[in-house]
Design a binder for this molecule. Structure first.
Ligand SMILES: NC(=O)C1=CN([C@@H]2O[C@H](COP(=O)(O)OP(=O)(O)OC[C@H]3O[C@@H](n4cnc5c(N)ncnc54)[C@H](O)[C@@H]3O)[C@@H](O)[C@H]2O)C=CC1
Ligand SMILES: O=C(CO)COP(=O)(O)O
Length: 319
């Protein structure tokens, strides 16, 4: 069986796609909401317009885990530790697959590092890559990366997570896959801000490229492989998120650029990750100017024009 824990847009979308392969249980913490989604066959709050297939059961009762079950963790990164601590006894001994993108504020840890802080058995993995929930749920073609340090376990997960519309590639470079997915959200906020402030598409392209150089710098310092960073989880997701108005990070950035109010209840992973990475860069003496500029925007300490002037006036260097 496959359990998806967390019924936001992405957890619901993955559950819908995976139900093409067999039974899936989607766990939602609120009892009344779970019952309503199960009865109406639609998660109208998080993923409106998608009918849930018969093979998908929605419940607020934490499903018991067998060792051969796959468990997908689809809560936002900043909520992951609290979620795991609360449900530690229900997690079981099977693989735990994080589906979130970000770095934990305060520790700078990635989702799988947070998992192994609490349950260390080498069976933690990350599922990441360019994929909007609405596309996944509508059966549109997508390609994702499943990264697990244990090669055999990763191969098993890859086979079970591949569906008629999700092609899963596998990797053992967990930290590389996680850094790409986390930092592309930070850059998407910056790119949205550039477009929102009317600074132009050339500026956005410069930010994406120099931002990607930052991803490579910080991730390889942590042992990531360069080819992972130019794959689906890094470059692929960077392109999608920095150019699409379907992205919440990008639209949040646009609201900063335009000086508009943005709904604080929307999940924008890049905001906390910008702060987590800026803190890490300070501690480890890493040069991450684009990330620091986005952090300044998110914290309201910088205006978009000033952030761009700051980046443009840095000492000239070789590419
Ligand atoms: N929406 C998308 O297109 C994609 C999202 N992701 C990633 O998926 C992760 C989740 O994002 P979304 O599902 O889009 O967010 P969302 O905002 O749609 O839903 C988040 C869900 O997490 C639940 N939640 C929060 N704290 C919880 C807790 N302690 N216990 C149980 N449930 C809790 C909320 O009730 C909500 O249902 C993020 O890391 C995001 O980057 C990845 C790829 C695509
Ligand atoms: O990660 C995503 C696409 O791959 C979704 O991006 P947003 O969280 O910015 O909507």
């Amino acid at each position: 069986m496959i359990r998806v824990l967390g019924a936001g847009a992405y957890g619901t979308a993955l559950a819908v796609s995976l139900a093409q392969n067999g039974p899936v249980t989607l766990w939602l913490r609120d009892e009344m909401q779970a019952q309503s989604v199960q009865d109406k066959r639609e998660n109208s709050k998080r993923l409106p317009g998608v009918t849930l297939p018969d093979a998908l059961t929605v419940t607020s009762t934490m499903p018991a885990a067998n060792d051969d079950d796959l468990t997908l963790l689809a809560v936002p990164t900043q909520k992951l530790r609290g979620f795991l601590e609360q449900h530690i006894d229900a997690l079981g001994n099977g693989p735990l697959i994080a589906c979130c993108k970000g770095m934990e504020l305060g520790t700078g840890l990635s989702p799988t590092e947070v998992i192994s802080d609490l349950r260390s058995d080498g069976l933690e993995a990350i599922l990441t890559g360019p994929s909007f929930a609405a596309d996944v749920a509508r059966g549109l073609p997508t390609a994702l990366t499943l990264a697990c340090a244990n090669e055999d376990a990763g191969e098993h997960m890859q086979a079970r997570l591949t569906t008629p519309n999700i092609r899963v590639y596998r990797s053992t470079d967990v930290i590389g896959a996680e850094f790409g997915g986390a930092l592309k959200n930070v850059l998407a906020i910056g790119c949205g801000a550039v477009i929102g402030a009317g600074l132009g598409e050339s500026a956005r392209s410069a930010l994406m490229t120099r931002g990607f150089a930052e991803i490579v710098r910080v991730a390889t310092a942590r042992g990531a492989r360069r080819d992972t960073l130019s794959g689906l989880s890094g470059f692929g997701d960077l392109v999608l998120t920095c150019t699409s108005e379907q992205s919440r990070n990008y639209m949040y950035g646009q609201s900063i650029g335009r000086g508009d109010i943005f709904d604080k209840t929307v999940t924008v992973e890049g905001a906390a990750t910008a702060r987590a990475m800026t803190q890490l860069a300070r501690e480890q003496d890493l040069d991450l100017p684009v990330t620091a500029a986005v952090c300044g925007l998110v914290e309201g300490k910088l205006k978009v024009r000033d952030a761009m002037d700051m980046l443009l006036s840095r000492p000239l260097k070789e590419e």
